[in-house]
Design a protein around this ligand. Structure first.
Ligand code: HEM
Length: 289
């Protein structure tokens, strides 16, 4: 049976760092391969999950079936900010200090070829809530279904990563009952609302309401940086199709109705990566090296 990076199906850690890295100007193929090989022992798919960007695969002249960049949504009524990075790392720890040490170890190996272009400090909030106060992840698939949704036959996975920044000053002036209608669930007890409007987030994204059904495994985490904060949305699947179908409906491209989430939060960047399978307890970089 194919082995996959276990973090995809594991519970969220207490603390995390998301790193986006790009190739250093002038780095050649041998340096890039050397840097990846040097980091390989740290890439266990558990404490460090790794995703490869389409640009890195192209640079290394390898074809990864299904890997591509996010190209935006035609007809979207909101800005989705397509973005790219060569490498995406999700560092996961129970202790914040360990995150720093792990990052330093990784960068010792990667720095000759890669530089960090975005660093996001993330954490588990209130037992698994978004910073808006709503429970996140309720409708994620479980068990064998989760595996089937998130993991391809060879153990690899395709992940969409979208950094959302909340505008708390907008949210705080909306009465809680109205916020509940925007999400389609009650903040107080997570109960789904029968009378939620078409713009409600869970109506826009109801996974079984797509044809074909559009299931993903969400592993999003709240983030902060100074006084700012939001959700680092992360969705694993066997292709980008389900995410894109959901985002299309959220963006208003289908029927002109945008997701009510946009009233208080906006995506800053949207990226796609390919998460290689695991081999002997390490991320299998064989396809790239
Ligand atoms: C800041 C951004 C977002 C926030 C705060 C947020 C929050 C939530 C909350 C509170 C729920 C209800 C509980 C649950 O089932 O998890 C939910 C459900 C869901 N969200 Fe989001 N979400 C965000 C962005 C997105 C994006 C970008 C997508 C996909 C493009 C998405 C896809 C889904 C899906 C598939 C569900 C479950 C729907 C169902 O089948 O019932 N979310 N989200």
């Amino acid at each position: 049976m194919a082995v996959f990076q276990p973090a995809i199906l594991q519970d969220l850690p207490a603390h995390a760092t998301y790193l986006m890295l790009n190739l250093r100007a002038g780095a050649d193929m041998a340096t890039v391969r050397g840097a990846l090989s040097g980091a390989a022992d740290l890439l266990d798919g558990n404490r460090v999950l790794a995703g490869i960007g389409a640009g890195l695969a192209a640079f290394l002249q390898v074809q990864i079936p299904g890997l591509r960049d996010f190209g935006g949504i035609e007809g979207s009524k909101v800005g989705l900010h397509p973005s790219t990075a060569a490498l995406w790392l999700w560092l996961r720890e129970s202790d914040r200090g360990e995150l720093l040490h792990q990052q330093r170890r990784l960068m010792q190996a990667l720095a000759p070829a890669f530089e960090i272009v975005q660093q996001t400090a993330a954490f588990k909030y209130a037992g698994g809530r978004d910073l808006s106060g709503y429970e996140d992840g309720t409708e994620n698939p479980h068990g064998d279904e989760a595996r089937a949704v998130a993991i391809s036959g060879d153990g690899s996975s395709y992940v969409a990563v979208q950094l959302w920044e909340h505008r708390f000053e907008k949210l705080q002036v909306i009465p809680e009952a109205e916020q509940d209608q925007m999400i389609g669930r009650r903040k107080s007890d997570n109960e789904e609302l029968d009378d939620a409007p078409e713009s409600a987030h869970v109506k826009r994204t109801a996974q079984e309401d797509f044809d074909p059904e559009a299931f993903v495994m969400r592993r999003s985490m709240p983030w902060t940086d100074g006084g700012r904060g939001g959700l680092n949305f992360v969705a694993f699947a066997t292709s980008y199709d389900a995410f894109e179908a959901q985002l299309r409906r959220m963006s208003g491209a289908e029927d002109g109705i945008t997701d009510a989430l946009f009233r208080f939060t906006l995506p800053q960047s949207t990226c796609y990566f390919w998460c290689p399978p695991l081999k002997d307890g390490r991320v299998d970089l064989q396809a790239l090296l």
